[in-house]
Design a protein around this ligand. Structure first.
Ligand code: FAD
Length: 320
């Protein structure tokens, strides 16, 4: 038996979350004595696919069909099911994402596989195949036992270490049979509303709160974000006051982010805001009040005036 990993890619590059999924599968493969094969769908160069090897995949099955470029969910599920059979797999690993969720749900039916989502650790043989999952936006964990022989594990972003020392994977062209019904719903056009980095997917987020005093000061947040290659976010009162658009509002009632680094500037750290950021790997808080609750959730903190710190921090980042 082997482990199959469903790889997502964007503009010719494998997504970091998918490399995390391959890394997880690699550790699982070592534990269970199974080889790791990945499957990628749509247009992506062989050289880019071979990089899945660094994270632990021995082989990548590539279905180079342009019709699969835009996450056509049903067709992706059919193609991955065929790759699952080809690889002789009993476990499918993928990244927890909106496309991953949709594909995994369909594959769970197709493969008669128990599905565990938001997985944060390797399974344990403890009264069955026990998988630890993150729930309630990272505030609690739950153990789920999968009882089927086929299994699907959707790995939570930033929850597992990224492996990067493997040799290039071999890439094999793979033909699949897709039916008209697999394309019953398809994306015909995608218009980018903005060139900004997508907030839910961003690896670094710089977010501002009411401490920024007004929209006229937002260039300080934007300058730091630009220097760091980050997306910008904000607290709810900031978007309610129309200092920033609503799609930037982070928290319980807004966007949930899971970056490697979340920089919170002039945000107090109310529980409703923290609900949207606690999947971040590292949190840096900049606040002039040393008692601000956000410092309790922070990995790094700077106590001081954002208006003095932000320009200095931006210059320091630019100098790196
Ligand atoms: P404030 O609480 O006013 O904090 C401003 C911070 O800036 C303070 O800590 C202050 O010390 C600091 N500061 C001031 N000046 C400076 C300076 N010059 N330099 C550095 N620091 C400075 N909020 C969300 O963000 N997201 C949500 O999804 C959300 N959902 C909610 C849902 C419900 C049902 C409810 C009731 C509330 C929700 N809220 C949400 C609101 C939340 O409770 C807080 O009111 C909000 O997060 C506070 O925003 P803030 O930190 O920007 O502002």
């Amino acid at each position: 038996m082997s482990i199959l990993v469903y790889i997502e890619h964007a503009e010719g590059t494998i997504k970091k979350t998918s490399l995390e999924a391959v890394s997880y599968a690699s550790a699982l493969g070592e534990k269970e004595g199974k080889e790791v094969t990945a499957v990628a769908l749509g247009a992506i160069e062989e050289g880019a696919l071979a990089k899945a090897g660094a994270a632990g995949a021995k082989k990548v099955l590539h279905v180079a069909d342009d019709k699969l470029n835009d996450g056509v969910i049903q067709a992706h599920a059919s193609a991955v099911a065929q790759a699952f059979e080809q690889a002789g797999a009993d476990t499918l690993v993928l990244a927890k994402s909106s496309l991953g969720d949709a594909v995994a749900a369909r594959l769970s039916i197709k493969l008669k596989a128990g599905l565990a989502s938001n997985v944060v650790a390797l399974p344990e043989e403890d009264g069955g195949y026990k998988v630890r999952r993150s729930i309630y936006t990272g505030k609690a964990f739950t153990d789920t036992v999968i009882t089927t022989s086929n299994k699907i594990l959707a790995v939570k972003k930033n929850a597992v270490p990224l492996k990067s020392d493997g040799a290039d994977a071999s890439v094999e062209a793979f033909q699949v049979n897709l039916e008209e019904s697999d394309f019953a719903a398809k994306i015909t056009a995608t218009d980018k509303a903005t060139d900004e980095i997508s907030l839910p997917e961003a690896d670094i987020v710089v977010s501002g709160g009411r401490g920024m005093k007004g929209p006229e000061n937002w260039h300080l947040i934007e300058n730091l974000a630009k220097a760091m290659g980050a997306a910008t976010g904000c607290s709810k009162p900031v978007s309610d006051s129309e200092w920033r658009p609503h799609h930037e509002h982070v928290g319980q009632t807004g966007v949930k982010v899971a970056p490697s680094l979340y920089v919170a500037v002039g945000i107090s750290g109310a529980i409703q805001h923290l609900a949207g950021v606690n999947a971040s790997k590292f949190i840096l808080v900049i606040n002039k009040d040393p008692e601000a609750p956000f410092f309790k959730a922070a990995d790094y903190g700077i106590v001081g005036d954002a208006f003095e710190i932000l320009p200095k921090l931006t210059e320091a980042v630019k100098a790196i």
